[in-house]
Design a protein around this ligand. Sequence first.
Ligand SMILES: NC(=O)C1=CN([C@@H]2O[C@H](COP(=O)(O)OP(=O)(O)OC[C@H]3O[C@@H](n4cnc5c(N)ncnc54)[C@H](O)[C@@H]3O)[C@@H](O)[C@H]2O)C=CC1
Ligand SMILES: CC(C)CC(=O)C(=O)O
Ligand SMILES: [Mg+2]
Length: 356
Amino acid sequence: MDYTITALPGDGIGPEVVAEAIKVLHAVGARYGHTFTIREALIGGIAIDQTGTALPEATVAACQDCDAVLLGAVGGPKWDDPNAKVRPEQGLLGIRKALGLYANLRPVTLHPLLLDASPLRPERLVDVDLLVVRELTGGIYFGEKRREQDAQGEWASDLCVYTQAEVERIVRLAAGLARQRHGHLTLVDKANVLETSRLWRSIATRIMREEFSDLQYDWMLVDACAMHLLRRPSDFDVIVTENMFGDILTDEASMLAGSMGMLPSASLGSGKMGLYEPIHGSAPDIAGQGKANPLATILSTALLLRYSLGLEQEARAVEAAVSAVLEAGIVTGDIARGEQRAHSTVEVGSAVASRI
Ligand SMILES: NC(=O)C1=CN([C@@H]2O[C@H](COP(=O)(O)OP(=O)(O)OC[C@H]3O[C@@H](n4cnc5c(N)ncnc54)[C@H](O)[C@@H]3O)[C@@H](O)[C@H]2O)C=CC1
Ligand SMILES: CC(C)CC(=O)C(=O)O
Ligand SMILES: [Mg+2]
């Protein structure tokens, strides 16, 4: 089969890790008889530099006319002026919204060989296998933003809004995934303080009782969840939560897997089209040095093959090749341990591609 993939490398380490993921996709194509046509488009800081906007119309059009989107990361110090009107991150939020990708799936698993790469004690990490379902197109990241001056000085506000329909669709999706996994859903919020969280609670309680009575579910406040993720991470199955909480909790959860460079993600909407990206950012501290771990992006292509293209065998081949590379000790510095040499981004990507 022929597939068209839009690649949005973005900024910092984005182009470095996306190049390796594309290398792996082509290896999958060669092995299984598919053609992946890769069309590159601009997003983020590089798009601001070249076009004046973080999300050019041509990029949206390219993403609307393909089978799936593969994204690196956006942002960096060059565009970090707090008074800037145009910011790279607007490109990322904008493309998620434009494509209607309301559900961000962030699986957290730990390869046994990376037990030592995590700052947690190995016995805490046994059987860690959780999935965070993060609402992606609502909440405080998308609410009205204000920055004003009055007699007392400056003030600013970010509005957090959730509608019934937004909560219903993400809870249904997460509960459906819990049903396919171990049947346990943890709903994370801050209902002791936030009205949006109380709306989530009442809607989700109704949906769980009426439509998912076969599942176990519980509620957890987000601050406690941050603690339990470290104290008893293997107790979680599926976590569903709003946009900002999911963003923060998954950076924390990445340390269960050993590195930010290990966690992939899939952003899905109502159709087959999806956007696939590592959970990490553009890592300006290591950009351009060949140090970035490409495995999160490569594992994101496995999700792309699975969810958007329906190629389960090929997705498993990518995941197996990643495991084989870890077992061969071909790893970047973020997860290298003991005597292991820190390999470059390109060496790791090539090692995965050659094992497909
Ligand atoms: N999805 C996206 O495009 C995201 C963009 N950002 C943007 O990225 C820029 C940098 O943000 P930070 O807070 O530094 O977060 P970051 O995720 O880029 O980096 C945090 C730390 O993790 C390390 N790291 C991240 N990815 C890695 C990889 N693949 N291999 C090895 N080490 C890795 C970095 O070197 C850094 O020490 C900011 O402009 C931010 O807005 C941040 C998060 C997500
Ligand atoms: C612009 C941010 C919301 C990006 C981010 O941190 C993420 O999606 O994980
Ligand atoms: Mg984040």
